[in-house]
Write a protein that binds this ligand. Structure first.
Ligand SMILES: Cc1cc2nc3c(=O)[nH]c(=O)nc-3n(C[C@H](O)[C@H](O)[C@H](O)COP(=O)(O)O)c2cc1C
Length: 149
């Protein structure tokens, strides 16, 4: 059993749908999961967890979602140094072909900078997540669950 903190930034609700699903699967596997919106999070919330999942959609030509942009900046300053992390990123290639799901790259780069350990390759969702909830989202969460047991 691991204590897991999921922090997400979501403007239209797509990322939230994915993090809810991941939380449900991890909880069903007996992990203790806390889910927080980036805009309601404080960097002090980062203490005491065995795994940190950062989830964000992509906006504005390859940027993190607004609330996650601000929160992740603070995370990088205060650090989750050496902690276990995982990343979920959403995007849509109709908006930008150059920066598709760029949120993943930004989050992974930031986690590397603060010497976090990425325990699993990122979950990447292009377009609406609904068709993927029972397939790639579920598979990813199950794999992650095994890795943190
Ligand atoms: C104004 C705008 C800009 C966007 N820019 C990008 C982008 O640069 N790259 C990308 O992959 N997706 C981009 N997207 C797509 C969103 O990331 C995608 O719709 C995502 O599912 C939204 O998730 P959310 O509802 O959790 O915020 C953009 C969407 C909007 C509305």
């Amino acid at each position: 059993m691991a204590k897991v903190l999921i922090i997400f930034g979501s403007t239209g609700g797509n990322t939230e749908i994915v993090t809810d699903e991941v939380a449900e699967i991890l909880s069903a596997d007996e992990h203790k999961v806390t889910v927080k919106r980036a805009e309601e999070s404080n960097v002090n919330d980062l203490k005491g967890y065995g795994l940190y999942i950062f989830a964000s959609s992509t906006y504005g030509q390859g940027l993190l979602q607004d609330h996650m942009l601000k929160f992740f900046h603070k995370v990088k300053q205060t650090g989750v140094k050496g902690r276990k992390c995982a990343v979920i990123g959403l995007g849509d290639n109709k908006y930008n072909t150059e920066y598709v799901i760029e949120a993943v790259k930004i989050l992974e780069k930031g986690i590397k900078e603060i010497e976090g350990e990425l325990v699993i390759p990122a979950l990447r969702i292009n377009k609406t997540p609904i068709p993927y909830l029972d397939t790639s989202v579920k598979d990813w969460a199950k794999k992650l669950s095994k890795k943190i047991k």
